[in-house]
Design a protein. Structure first.
Length: 318
């Protein structure tokens, strides 16, 4: 395994936003680009490489194929179709599940034994597909989960309280989607509980719930205005990849496998987890209130119902 070698499968807006972010921040030794559109991949390699003279460090960038996965430390999957107007999430999930299955088989055929990071939507379902098809240990398959949702939440809360978003320690849990929730009692501004900060400054708690609502809806708003969201998730993926490469033991709300944690099993969903070079080192088990546990259960129910409708069948098809 080559340390610092990352393979990106899918050179669309999300994948290339991550690649551009990596070019600017450094920390990656080698970046391999794979896409069904080979010509685009070559063009992206050329365009990114022309920025290397101004990058913080030397980096090998090249268009490649799945054989390059063999000695990679991390493979990031951003491939898949975007949701079209009028298309249900289940229809999107069915199409992308087939794409994920084919991609995963191609990755594993190379002899790959590193960490796979999945960012294709619906991400909790797609991460489950990759886990089942790859046969890799659960800690080595991670979804981007609610890493972006959490960043959006911290940004908006920071704006409201006029505090640096870096000092907002709040997390969004559950599905990367409409059924996500915020366990406010486990959220802090610096070292002070956010609930106490709101009380002491006469801010209504309803404002926090409105911020969460805005986080859930903001993707739709961005898509309406510019047709897609990609810079935020590009940065979020770069953050996740760096946590793995640098063996950080960083706490991030990734989509990870629950094996009887939070009263759930055999499901990928967004919860805080400690991320290092092994992937998910361990979950951060929070004691949820009865109300928040209900929200998590509901989020899991939404995912499992979609899975049972046809995703499991796609996974098991020969």
């Amino acid at each position: 395994m080559k340390k610092g070698k990352v393979v990106l499968v899918g050179t669309g807006f999300v994948g290339m936003s991550m690649a551009y972010s990596m070019l600017n921040r450094g920390g990656i030794q080698e970046l391999i680009l794979i896409d069904i559109d080979k010509n685009k991949t070559i063009g992206e390699e050329m365009d990114l490489s022309h920025g290397l003279p101004y990058a913080p460090q030397k980096m090998i960038i090249k268009a490649g194929d799945y054989d390059e996965c063999k000695d990679a430390q991390i493979v990031v999957i951003t491939a898949g179709i975007a949701q079209k107007p009028g298309q249900t999430r289940l229809e999107l999930a069915q199409i992308n599940a087939k794409i994920m299955k084919d991609i995963t088989k191609s990755i594993m055929a190379s002899g790959f034994n590193g960490i796979i990071v999945v960012a294709s939507n619906p991400v909790d379902l797609m991460t489950y597909v990759v886990f089942k098809v790859s046969g890799l240990p659960k800690n080595q398959v991670i979804g981007s989960g609610t890493v972006l949702d959490t960043a959006r939440l911290r940004y908006m809360v920071g704006q409201y309280l006029k505090i640096s978003s870096k000092n907002i320690h709040a997390y969004i849990m559950g599905e990367h989607g409409d059924s996500s929730f915020v366990p406010w009692e486990h959220c802090y501004v610096g070292c002070k509980k956010i609930i106490d900060v709101m009380k002491d400054n006469n801010h209504p708690m309803e404002k926090l719930n409105k911020i969460h609502e805005d986080v859930v809806n903001v993707a739709y708003e961005i898509i309406e205005k510019k047709r897609a969201t990609y810079y935020g998730i590009g940065m979020a993926l770069n953050r996740l990849v760096r946590a793995i490469l640098d063996d950080e033991n960083a706490i991030l709300t990734v989509s990870t496998y629950l094996d009887h944690a939070y009263g759930q099993d055999d499901i990928y969903i967004g919860v805080p987890a400690i991320i290092n070079k092994t992937g998910v080192r361990e979950l951060v088990n929070l004691e949820l209130s009865e109300k928040d546990q209900e929200k998590l259960n509901n989020s899991c129910k939404v995912i499992k119902e979609m899975r049972e409708q046809s995703i499991e069948q796609i996974i098991n098809e020969k």
